[in-house]
Design a protein around this ligand. Structure first.
Ligand code: MN
Length: 189
C-alpha cells in the first residue's frame, strides 16, 4: 500500500514535469484540484480510484501505469498476490492489475473487488475507451447511461467508458470482477 502510494506520487510528478505542466495546468487538464494533486505528489494523500482515473485520462496515459512499474512478459505465470493492489477503504474497492497496460495491444486487465455496500462512480475516461466486465464471484451492478444493470457470476458487459459509469455491490457478500480496458489508439506511456 505504501509502495503503491509512493509509486503514484513519483509517476504523477514525472509525467507532469515531462509535459512541462504546472500544478495549475494539470488541475485544468485532469479536473482534480491543485491542492489534491500537490498532496498526492508529496505522498500526503492516496487518491481514490475515481481520482486516479481522472489523472490518467487528463495526462493521456493508462490507469495501470500508476500501479505497476513493469509489464508482464509473455509466458509468465500469474500468481495471486504477485502484483500490487490499489486499496480504497471507502467505498471498499480494491484494484489489482493482472496484466498491466501494453501499448502495442492497447489494453490492460484488472481484477477488482467490491466490498458489500461499495459504490464507485467514475467520470468519463478518455475518448474511445471501452471496458469489458465479467463477474467471477458474487453479484454486482454496473451503471451505464444512467441505468444500473445487475450481473451474476459468469455474466459480462461491454460498454463505452468515455461517459459516466459506475459499479456497486448491494449484497452482503463481496463481489469480484475482471475488467479489461481497451484504449482505441496508442497513448503516450
Ligand atoms: Mn471505468
Amino acid at each position: 500500500m505504501q509502495e503503491i502510494a509512493q509509486h503514484i506520487a513519483i509517476t504523477l510528478k514525472t509525467l507532469r514535469q515531462a509535459r512541462g505542466w504546472s500544478l495549475d495546468r494539470t488541475a485544468r487538464e485532469t479536473g482534480v484540484s491543485k491542492a489534491m494533486l500537490g498532496q498526492i505528489e508529496r505522498h500526503e494523500s492516496s487518491p481514490t480510484v475515481a481520482t486516479l482515473w481522472k489523472i490518467a485520462s487528463g495526462l493521456g496515459v493508462s490507469f495501470s501505469q500508476f500501479l505497476e512499474t513493469s509489464g508482464v512478459a509473455e509466458g509468465t505465470l500469474l500468481r495471486r498476490g504477485q502484483t500490487a493492489a490499489l486499496v480504497e477503504r471507502a467505498p471498499g474497492m480494491q484494484v489489482v492489475p493482472l496484466f498491466p497496460f501494453e501499448s502495442e495491444l492497447g489494453f490492460e486487465f484488472f481484477v477488482i473487488d467490491l466490498a458489500p455496500g461499495a459504490l464507485s462512480e467514475s467520470t468519463p475516461h478518455a475518448r474511445g475507451v471501452v471496458e469489458h466486465i465479467v463477474v467471477i464471484e458474487g453479484e454486482m451492478d454496473v451503471c451505464v447511461e444512467g441505468v444500473w444493470q445487475p450481473l451474476k457470476p459468469g455474466e459480462g458487459l461491454r460498454f463505452a467508458a468515455d461517459r459516466a459509469h459506475g459499479y456497486r455491490n448491494r449484497h452482503h457478500s463481496a463481489a469480484r470482477f475482471h475488467d479489461v480496458i481497451h484504449y482505441p489508439r496508442r497513448i503516450d506511456v
